[in-house]
Design a protein around this ligand. Sequence first.
Ligand SMILES: [Cu+2]
Length: 186
Amino acid sequence: MLLAKFSLFGARTRALNLTFVACLGAPIPGLAQVAEHAGTMSMVHAGDDVSAIAKVLGDACQIDVQGRPGKKFSPTHISVPSTCKTLTVQLIHTGRKPKTAAGHNWVLVRESDVHAAIADGLTAGPDYDWVKPGDERVIAKTAMIGGGERTSVTFDVSKLSRGTAYTYYCSFPTHAEMMRGTLSIE
Ligand SMILES: [Cu+2]
């Protein structure tokens, strides 16, 4: 399924091949192995696009997501093994700016809800971290944090279904357009 995801980058395939070699120290066929070692492996780099599989610790799965300067998340795609009962997302703000200047949070919605959730969030304002209070489209979200801080959220994976596309974004004004990623159950 990782390979399917990469086909999205079509035109950049040649550059990607080089990136894989650099990141994995192995040629492309190694990717299949990476996908199978979900419990221990972590990230596949493709330029700015980074795909990661949640770590499986029994029923409880975990993933670290960095919120980076330049309005970027890493990883930009999270695969959640279907054996996970819960997923804990730890958000790490690797920048230096305070929350009021360049805060980051992690908000998960269905891909089909992302535009409306962002628009309504912007009207909710800073008191609500730019997320509409009680928004039922929001499946999970962390607190808004500033540079050097970290926070986490744990939610039931049963809220997600296989075959549905999910998007996570940062709701800080002007961040969401660039600062988003995709999540799927595999
Ligand atoms: Cu942000």
